[in-house]
Design a protein around this ligand. Structure first.
Ligand code: BTN
Length: 234
């Protein structure tokens, strides 16, 4: 069993682990009821009011080739936990979990590197569990409660973690290949025309596949190209 640290309020569970990783054990899980400076991908804010499940995991992986796929493992783990409760979540590449087409969960992974290489990875997850007003989110968002799923966040966490640990070693050794089939089952954008924004090379095209490495394959007119990072605009 991993060790857990809980805060009623903290700036960000990811930031806490970044600042304290050297004194904490592999697989430590940090949770908070409220985050005052929650962070999202691309330096966005993650407003973290009471009612959401906010947690970060500290990982000291033995092999670091596939650490980028741990966020996709977490997205799949959240899906599985929500499915157990009767929901039908989908994944918006690379790692947003949606319910009824709205954002249910976001994941921010950060690697801490030293001169010797990656020393740890922090996988931070925010799930909308019991909030009833997500109008501040800036994109369509939904909580489990709003979708008619009533679950205590303290019951949801062990279920998500359980799925995550079940897949963890396989992802470390084999990368996205170990998730691809199950991930694609929950990815509703195959064959759809979408845009991808990542600030570097925004593109619009048809989604042809998720590659064996977990990248988005987008055909913008001249054959499928791999996109490694970005946000889908659907
Ligand atoms: C995103 O969709 O942009 C990712 C959001 C990640 C939010 C979680 S909440 C727990 C952890 N602590 C943070 O500050 N961020 C992550």
């Amino acid at each position: 069993m991993e060790s857990q640290i809980h805060f009623k309020e903290i700036n960000s569970t990811n930031t806490y682990l970044k600042e304290n990783f050297s004194t904490l054990a592999d697989k430590t899980v940090v949770t908070a009821d409220i985050q005052t400076a929650g962070r999202g991908r691309f330096s966005r804010q993650w407003i973290s009011q009471k009612g959401g499940l906010y947690f970060s995991i500290l990982l000291r992986p033995t092999k670091t080739d596939f650490i980028a796929n741990l966020t996709q493992l977490m997205a799949l783990s959240v899906c599985r936990a929500v499915e157990e409760l009767g929901g039908k979540p989908t994944i918006k590449w690379p790692n947003d979990v949606q319910l009824k087409g709205k954002k249910l969960c976001g994941i921010l992974s950060e690697a801490v590197a030293t001169q010797q290489g990656v020393s740890c990875v922090i996988v931070g997850t925010g799930i909308n569990v019991a909030q009833s007003d997500l109008s501040h989110v800036g994109q369509p968002a939904i909580s489990l409660r709003e979708a008619g799923i009533f679950i205590d966040k303290n019951m949801l966490l062990p279920s998500v973690l359980n799925y995550f640990w079940q897949g963890y070693e396989d992802v470390l050794q084999n990368g996205f290949a170990s998730l691809r089939e199950e991930y694609k089952k929950r990815f509703p954008y195959l064959g759809k025309t979408i845009s991808v924004k990542n600030g570097v090379a925004d593109a619009t095209g048809t989604v042809t596949d998720i590659s064996p490495a977990g990248a988005l394959l987008l055909n913008a007119g001249n054959g499928p190209k791999e996109i490694l990072i970005g946000d889908l605009i659907v």
